[in-house]
Design a protein around this ligand. Structure first.
Ligand code: PRP
Ligand code: URA
Length: 209
C-alpha cells in the first residue's frame, strides 16, 4: 500500500510475539510498547531533513547533519498512545507534546474526541501521531484532521499494529500522511478489534481490565 511501511525485522517480530501474548503482564507490556515505539520513530524519520553543522571530533573538524528537534511535536492519541511517548522521547527528547483524547464509541465504533491540547506554535511543527492500534482508522483520520485544521503541513503516523481496513481508510483520506507500523495484521472482527491483534491496548498498558 502506498505510503505505508511495515518494519520487517526479526527482533520486532520477537518483541511483538511477547506483546501479543495474553499472559504478558502490564509492566512488561508497557515496556515493550515504549521500546517498539522507539524503533518505529527511527524508521519514521528516515527521510528527515538535517541541518548542516560543524563538529570538532578529537581528530578532525567535519561538516555533518543535525536534527533541529524544535521542529517536531509528538501527538499521542490517549489513552494508548501515551504508552509510546517515553520511547519516542528517548530518541527526540526536545520535541513538544500535543495531547489528543479520543475513544471509540462502544456501539458505533466511531471515535469521540474529548480532549485536544497542542503547543501554540503547532502549525509550524511536523507532527508525529502515536497510537499502538490502527483498527478502522477512524481515530487516526480524526486526529490527522485536527492537526491539519491547525495548519500542520507535515504529519506522520506511527503504530504498532495496523488492520488493512484502517490502512485503506487513512491512505485514501490522507494520502500525504506516511504510516509506519510494526506489523499489518489480517483483518477486523465483528467488534472492530484487530485479528490476531493484542486485545485492547489501553487496558493492557494501564491495567484497567
Ligand atoms: C484504541 C486505539 C486507537 C483506536 C483505534 O483506543 O488506541 O486510538 O482504538 O481504533 P480505530 O482505528 O477503529 O479508531 P480506544 O478507543 O480503545 O481508547 P483507549 O486508548 O482509551 O483505550
Ligand atoms: N483498539 C484496540 O486497543 N485494539 C484493537 O484491536 C482495536 C482497537
Amino acid at each position: 500500500m502506498k505510503n505505508v511501511t511495515a518494519i520487517d525485522h526479526p527482533l520486532i517480530e520477537h518483541k511483538l510475539s511477547i506483546l501479543r501474548d495474553k499472559h504478558t503482564g502490564t509492566k512488561l507490556f508497557r515496556e515493550l510498547v515504549s521500546e517498539i515505539g522507539a524503533y518505529l520513530i527511527y524508521e519514521a524519520m528516515r527521510d528527515v531533513e538535517l541541518e548542516e553543522t560543524t563538529v570538532e571530533t578529537p581528530i578532525k573538524t567535519i561538516k555533518m547533519g543535525r536534527l533541529n528537534e524544535d521542529n517536531y511535536a509528538f501527538a499521542p492519541i490517549m489513552r494508548a498512545g501515551m504508552g509510546m511517548l517515553d520511547g519516542v522521547l528517548n530518541v527526540i527528547p526536545n520535541a513538544k507534546i500535543a495531547h489528543v483524547g479520543m475513544y471509540r464509541d462502544k456501539h458505533t465504533y466511531e471515535p469521540v474526541n474529548y480532549f485536544f491540547k497542542a503547543p501554540e506554535d503547532i502549525g509550524d511543527r511536523e507532527v508525529i501521531i502515536l497510537d499502538p492500534m490502527l483498527a478502522t482508522g477512524g481515530s487516526a483520520c480524526d486526529a490527522i484532521e485536527l492537526f491539519k485544521n491547525k495548519g500542520v503541513k507535515k504529519i506522520r503516523f506511527i503504530c504498532l499494529i495496523a488492520a488493512p481496513e484502517g490502512l485503506e481508510k487513512v491512505t485514501t483520506e490522507h494520502p500525504d500522511v506516511p504510516i509506519i507500523c510494526a506489523h499489518i495484521d489480517d483483518q477486523l472482527n465483528d467488534h472492530k478489534y484487530i485479528v490476531p491483534g493484542l486485545g485492547d491496548a489501553g487496558d493492557r498498558i494501564f491495567g484497567t481490565k
